[in-house]
Design a protein around this ligand. Structure first.
Ligand code: AMP
Length: 280
C-alpha cells in the first residue's frame, strides 16, 4: 500500500483504537495565513492539547471509503510555503477581517481529520486552525485608521444580542484569486443575524472606502482548505465527503450548532473582541 494510504488508514484506526499514544494530526497552517505571517505575535487560537489527542469512535461505514489501491502521494515541500498573498504586503497596511469565532468541538475537529485523510491520495488538505464565520472580506486597513475603524465596529455591536448558528451541508469555496480552496459548513441557522452584522460592517467599511461583503453572501465555516483552485477535484469527491459528514451527524446528532457570544476583528497581529449581549 502506498505510504500515504497507510497514513490515512492508520489515522482512521486511531479513532477506533483504544490505546495508541500517537497524536492525531493537528492544525498546521492557518486559512488566514497572510494575516498571521504579516504580523504574527504567536497568539493563535489553538485547540486544547487534550482535545487534539482525543479519540472518537469512527462512525460506521467510513473506513470502507478508503481504498487500499490509492495512488502514492508525492510530497511537495514547496507547497507548504507555496501560499500566495491576496495583496502585496506593504508597510503600514494591515490585513483586517471581522468574524464570528468558533472553538471546534472534538467531533468537528475529528470530521476535519477524516476529510484530510479521505482526500489525501489526491489533494493535500490542511485543517483550518482558526475556525470562524467571516462577516467581512479581508481588507487592507492603513495603520492610522485602525483606532477609528475599531471604534466604529465597537459601536455597531452595542446592544447586539448573542445568537445561535447551525452548521448545514458541506460546500466548496474558493477565494477570489482562486489561490485557495476551502470545504466548510454552510450556515443554515442564524443567517438573519449574520446578514444584519454584515450590513453594519459594510457601513463601517464604507467610511474607509473599503469594499462591502459579497452581494450574494454564503455564510460558511471552513474546516479544511488547500492551496490552488481544487474545486473541480473536490466536487468530484463530494458524495464521499457528504457521506462522511452524514455518518458524523448520525453518530453525534447534537453537535452542529454554536452559541455566538462575541464577534472578533483581526487586524494584523491585533485581535479585538466585541462581546454580544447575553440573555438575562
Ligand atoms: P473564509 O473561510 O471565511 O475565509 O472563506 C473562504 C473563502 O470563501 C473566502 O476567501 C471567500 O472569498 C470565499 N467565498 C466565495 N464566495 C463567497 C460567498 N458568496 N460568501 C462568502 N464567502 C465566499
Amino acid at each position: 500500500m502506498a505510504a500515504v494510504s497507510k497514513g490515512a488508514l492508520s489515522l482512521l484506526q486511531e479513532y477506533d483504537g483504544d490505546s495508541s499514544e500517537d497524536e492525531v494530526p493537528g492544525p498546521r497552517v492557518s486559512t488566514k495565513r497572510e494575516l498571521k505571517n504579516d504580523h504574527d505575535d504567536g497568539t493563535q487560537k489553538s485547540l486544547k492539547k487534550d482535545e487534539r489527542n482525543g479519540r472518537l469512535p469512527l462512525p460506521s461505514d467510513i473506513s470502507s471509503l478508503f481504498s487500499s489501491t490509492s495512488p502514492a502521494h508525492v510530497d511537495e515541500p514547496k507547497l507548504h510555503g507555496g501560499r500566495i498573498r491576496s495583496f502585496p504586503h506593504e508597510r503600514g497596511n494591515w490585513s483586517t477581517y471581522v468574524f464570528v469565532p468558533y472553538v471546534p468541538s472534538l467531533v468537528v475537529n475529528s470530521l476535519a481529520d477524516v476529510l484530510v485523510a479521505l482526500m489525501e491520495s489526491d489533494i493535500q488538505l490542511e485543517k483550518t486552525d482558526d475556525l470562524h464565520v467571516s462577516v467581512t472580506r479581508t481588507v487592507v486597513l492603513r495603520h492610522h485608521w485602525i483606532d477609528s475603524f475599531i471604534e466604529s465596529v465597537q459601536k455597531s455591536f452595542n446592544g447586539f444580542p448573542s445568537f445561535s448558528i447551525g452548521f448545514g451541508a458541506l460546500k466548496v469555496f474558493t477565494n477570489e484569486e482562486k489561490t485557495r480552496t476551502f470545504i466548510g459548513f454552510s450556515i443554515d441557522i442564524g443567517c438573519d443575524k449574520l446578514s444584519k452584522i454584515t450590513q453594519e460592517m459594510d457601513k463601517c467599511l464604507a467610511d474607509f472606502k473599503l469594499p462591502p461583503f459579497y452581494s450574494n453572501p454564503s455564510f460558511h465555516m471552513s474546516i479544511v482548505w488547500c492551496i490552488g483552485d481544487k474545486s473541480k477535484e473536490i466536487l468530484r469527491k463530494m458524495s464521499s465527503v457528504e457521506l462522511v459528514h452524514q455518518q458524523f451527524v448520525k453518530a453525534h446528532p447534537s453537535e452542529w450548532h454554536a452559541e455566538i457570544n462575541q464577534v472578533q476583528c483581526k487586524c494584523g497581529n491585533k485581535l479585538f473582541s466585541f462581546p454580544l449581549v447575553q440573555d438575562v
